[in-house]
Design a protein around this ligand. Sequence first.
Ligand code: HEC
Length: 124
Amino acid sequence: MRPPFSLGFSATIVLPLLGVVLLSTLGCSELIPQRSEGEKLYRARCASCHGLDARGNTPRYLSDHTVDLTDDDFTHGGGSEAMGLVIQYGVTGRMPANEDLSPDQIKAIVKHLQGLIEDAQQFD
Ligand code: HEC
């Protein structure tokens, strides 16, 4: 006996598959916000020393307050120009340079860093 209706190949296989593909491409970018260029670079090049939140609570620098970028206590100046220069040229013997980055990439990192500093100071 035949079932009362048949969905056919496309309806049973192709449509659900299409749904999964659409969900995974459209849905995820809604659920997991994309990281900005600045955040990606910060995570890749800075977070291991300064921490994801820029407070410097990383194993290597636990009691070294110079690595805390959120404390308003800057050796090299807290303005965006000064931070950009530190990021570009590094600090001899202490922090690596990033001379392969473009001015726009450095600006993007500074912008992300300033957001982290604002976040940290809101809760202090
Ligand atoms: C290998 C560890 C390391 C990495 C990676 C690193 N830093 Fe640093 N950074 C330091 C140390 C240590 C200091 C303190 C230098 C000093 O003694 O003045 C510092 C200082 C700074 C300062 C100056 C703080 C001040 O007091 O004026 C800024 C801004 C900064 N880092 C931002 C960054 C950013 C942004 C990145 C990623 C592009 C980065 N750092 C990557 C270790 C690191």
